[in-house]
Design a protein around this ligand. Structure first.
Ligand SMILES: *Cc1c(COP(=O)(O)O)cnc(C)c1O
Length: 378
């Protein structure tokens, strides 16, 4: 392990945990330094929103800290239950199930819906949790090139598996682009497959906050939708929305749901408030849109590298070599701007990038500062 750690250091691949003091937000104290942060997934600025904090205080007094047991024993609190109903209604699916994290939700859904004799089709850029879930399911995993539906169709047509599921990030977490949902649904219908949409980065942001599902996907019984709730929703957890029988089956069979302690009910109370803020969040989303436009305009002529095509708050600046991305990230940090360098194995080799994420909590001035600094360090 020591040799391995030395090798990671030499390759600029060693990961470090920065120490945050105080609340999450656009301006944070990291390792003792005040910085403008362009790396959280708190896209709407809800993580420290006073209305959510107030909801936490009220729930804390009402129900204490710990859930005390798993959902199927005695840990399923009314707050969990009410959030599931409110979430299902908001995204337009018949039923929903709350998991403790998105990672667990992906494990739960994929291990339950596809058998060892099944086949799972996944985009090559899918989040690590979908890849791990596929492996745990024991089904065979077939990966297709990023958003390449021609290749996916060939793979579906050649499959002899009993059950099939297509699983994809809806908004790709390191690229910021969006999966072609209706075209994927066409293929799922043609080849009788489930379609699983992991909308970790679209929920709260796209389509008035309802996320990246299209009307057709909403209406289709074969579409299973996941929103994670630690990103734009600002809290923690993840909710799966689907046909009521799918949800009932998950409650019976999904081991990552059954064999873990329920999340603290006060978090579900915060999520209920978060959902209200998301529903009423047009002003936040408008601010976010304006920041995205400002950043893209400001960096259009940058010599250093170019922003990848993205209409979401994830605005990666493609650099290439690990060492270059790390150097740039450090130069920005010296100017009080926190933008992480994302390297392999999170992204493919030689596509190291600065992953800029924007939030409604930023001001136009914060964005202007980042644009100017990037032109200077270029
Ligand atoms: C963050 C993320 C997850 C994991 O969600 P957590 O709630 O953080 O465990 C799953 N899928 C995607 C695409 C993500 O970006």
């Amino acid at each position: 392990m020591q040799q391995g750690l030395e090798a990671l250091k030499a390759d600029h691949l060693e990961r470090r945990r920065r120490l945050l003091d105080g609340a999450q937000g656009a301006h944070v104290t990291i390792d003792g330094q005040r910085v403008v942060s362009f790396c959280s997934n708190d896209y709407l600025g809800l993580a420290a929103e006073p209305a959510l904090v107030a909801a936490a205080h009220v729930a804390l007094d009402a129900c204490g800290v710990g859930a005390g047991a798993a959902h199927l024993i005695t840990g399923h609190h009314r707050f969990h239950h009410d959030f599931e109903a409110a979430f299902a209604r908001f995204v337009g699916k018949p039923a929903a199930l709350l998991f403790s994290t998105g990672y667990l939700a992906n494990l739960g859904v994929l291990t339950t819906l596809v058998s060892r004799q099944g086949e799972l089709f996944g985009d090559k850029l899918n989040h690590a949790s979908l890849v791990d879930a596929a492996q745990l399911s024991g089904a065979s995993l077939t990966r297709y090139r990023h958003n390449d539906l021609v290749q996916l169709e060939g793979q579906l047509a050649a499959s002899t598996a009993q059950d099939k599921i297509i699983a994809t990030d809806l908004v790709f977490s390191m690229d910021g682009d969006i999966a072609p949902v209706d075209a994927l649904l066409d293929l799922a219908e043609r080849y009788d497959a489930w379609l699983y949409l992991d909308d970790a980065h679209g929920f709260g942001v796209l389509n008035d906050g309802r996320g990246g599902m299209t009307d057709r996907a909403r209406a289709s019984d074969r579409v299973i939708y996941l929103a994670t709730l630690g990103k734009a929703a600002g809290v923690a957890g993840a909710a799966v929305a689907a046909h009521a029988s799918v949800i009932d089956w998950l409650i019976q069979k999904a081991r990552p749901y059954i064999y873990t302690t329920a999340s603290p009910p006060l978090l579900a109370a915060c999520l209920l408030e978060s959902l209200r803020q998301i529903e009423a969040g047009d002003a936040r989303r408008e601010r976010l849109r304006s920041h995205i436009a400002q950043l893209r305009q400001g960096l259009a002529g940058l010599r250093l590298g170019s922003l990848m095509p993205s209409a979401t708050p994830i605005q990666p600046l493609l650099i290439g070599a690990n060492a270059d991305a790390v150097r740039l990230s450090q130069a920005l940090l010296q100017r009080g701007l926190l933008v992480p360098a994302i390297r392999t194995p999170t992204v493919p080799i030689n596509t190291a990038r600065l992953r800029i994420t924007l939030s409604a909590a930023h001001s136009a001035d914060d964005v202007a500062q980042l644009v100017e600094a990037l032109h200077v360090v270029a």
